[in-house]
Design a protein around this ligand. Structure first.
Ligand code: RTP
Ligand code: MG
Length: 140
């Protein structure tokens, strides 16, 4: 299995509760390395652009407002089979369905305020990393 990259967001519900370190520790303990990280406040343009695939979904407006509601930490993670490794430690979108020991089971407040985002394919990981980072900000 190759070392690959994925893109992660620690969402506003987590930064509000001062969980940046706790979430990052779970990512690291899962075998992922943080090779880029920055704390930002998403603009409306960034939130709408990032979640453009969900534009037609009924929850789109609320999702955009939520992602703008506080600081987020955007990260590039590196590891063996990084996309799957990250999705496994994140757990299901709805914390009620997430397995014990996952980030969302441990910390998420609701299906929307669910603590983390993680890319769902290598292709989307590259698009999402490029959306927030220049290559010279990533130090492997
Ligand atoms: P993410 O993209 O954030 O990693 O989460 P995901 O793949 O597990 O879930 P996705 O279907 O891509 O949905 C993106 C985010 O939209 C919010 N959501 N709200 N109110 C709702 O029914 C609902 N469904 C999804 C969540 O914040 C979800 O992570
Ligand atoms: Mg998704």
């Amino acid at each position: 299995m190759a070392v690959t990259r994925t893109f992660s967001i620690i969402k506003p519900d987590a930064t509000r509760r001062n969980l940046t370190g706790a979430v990052t520790k779970m990512l690291e303990d899962a075998g992922l390395r943080v090779v880029a990280s920055k704390r930002i406040r998403m603009t409306r343009e960034q939130a709408e652009g990032f979640y453009a695939v969900h534009k037609e979904r009924p929850f789109f407006g609320e999702l955009v407002e939520f992602m703008m509601s506080g600081p987020v930490v955007v990260q590039v993670l590196e590891g063996v089979d990084a996309v799957k490794r990250n999705r496994d430690v994140m757990g299901a979108t709805n914390p009620a369905d997430a397995d014990e020991g996952t980030i969302r089971k441990t910390f998420a407040e609701s299906i929307e305020a669910n603590t983390v985002h993680g890319s769902d394919s290598d292709e989307n990981a590259k698009i999402e990393i490029d959306f927030f980072f220049n290559e010279d900000e990533i130090v492997g």
